[in-house]
Every structure is written in C-alpha cells, then in structure tokens.
Design a protein. Structure first.
Length: 207
C-alpha cells in the first residue's frame, strides 16, 4: 500500500504468534512476521504493580521498538497479551504441571485477558511509538473438575504452552468458560479493529 508520499509502507509483525498471523491474514493485511528479541520478564519486573492493560501495552511497544531498530524503513506492529486472575498476573505455562496449576487456580474465577498492540517506526535514529492501544475481555471460568483438566491437557498440551490463560478459544479451550464479555479479537490476542484503523492512518491499508 502506498501512503500520501507515494512510498510503500512495509509492515512487520514483531511476533510468530499463529493467532495474530491468522487475524492479519484473514483481514487481508500485507505483512512479514519476525519474532522480537526481548526479555519480557524484565519489562514485567520493571512494571510490578502496574495494571494489566498498562503492562500489555508496554510489552507491545517494547517488542516493536526492539525490532524497529533492525528494520529502519518499516512500520513495526508489536502485540502482547496477559492474564490477570484475582490480581495475580499469569505468564505462559512452562510445563504441563504448571498449566495444571494455572487451570486449577482459574477454576470458578473471572479471568481478565488484556491484549494490546503498538505501531513503532524509526525516526531521527530513534524508535518512536506512533500508536498504541490496550483492551480487556472478562472470561468467566466454570468450575473445572480434575478429570476435565486431565482430559483437556491430554488433548491440548503442548499446544497451549504458547498461550496465556492455557487455552485456544478457537479450539477445546472454549469449554473452560461459562461466559465471555468483550471483543472476540481481544480474546484471540490482539485488538484487531483498532489496529486496522491505525494501519489505515499509517498508509498500510486503504482508507
């Protein structure tokens, strides 16, 4: 897509997330996916005590900034999601046993899923954030029996090791919930509609 100056605006997604790539593919967005080299835990540690949405947004910006420095002529899209349950933040499970512990803790509680995105480009030798946005969905987890958790992990591990919240909403993970309040794309891991609006403003998509 060409911007007002007639130059093509290349978009790079700072992620290899299958769900984020699927969203952009389905929406017809041209992009290249390149994973960002970022110590996410260090960013989270610096923001200890901050609201979940702020942390997700900061991680999105940091991912995009880390990649933009190596791609000075592109617009970089960073995105991140995190889960908060009863005030406790949860990262992706490192093992099946940790996934089991997460699911047992989530049982019967409300999961807040924060998804954010940011657009960054190099300007004057520095990475500058052009736009960022965070959204939150509330997912009510039903009471999960030990048998259900065992059967669920047999089917879904290790695939859900790459997800916060230990679920893929487009698969068996939907069985975890009684009710979902919020945007579907936020649940998938990126606030897509605001992203598309920002990409139109940046000349990546036709207005």
């Amino acid at each position: 897509m060409s911007g007002d100056n007639g130059q093509t605006t290349a978009l790079i997604l700072a992620s290899k997330s299958a769900s984020r790539r699927a969203m952009l593919d389905a929406a017809g967005v041209p992009y290249e996916a390149v994973p960002a080299d970022l110590d996410e835990r260090a960013v989270e540690a610096r923001m200890a005590g901050a609201p979940g949405g702020e942390v997700a947004e900061a991680l999105s910006v940091a991912k995009a900034e880390a990649l933009a420095r190596h791609h000075p002529h592109a617009l970089v899209l960073g995105s991140d999601s995190l889960v908060v349950v009863e005030g406790r933040r949860f990262d992706k499970p490192a093992s099946r046993e940790e996934a089991r512990a997460h699911l047992a803790f989530f049982s019967g509680k409300v999961m807040e899923l924060h998804s954010a995105a940011a657009l960054v480009r190099m300007s004057g030798g520095a990475a500058g954030c052009e736009w960022s946005h965070a959204a939150c969905a509330r997912l009510v987890v039903r009471k999960l029996s030990e048998r259900f958790i065992d059967d669920y992990l047999t089917r879904e591990w290790p695939a859900i090791g790459h997800t916060v919240g230990c679920f893929r909403i487009e698969g068996p993970g939907v069985q975890l919930f009684e009710r979902i309040e919020g945007d579907h794309f936020t649940v998938l891991g990126m606030p897509l509609l605001p992203v598309l609006g920002a990409l139109r403003e940046q000349g990546v998509l036709a207005a």
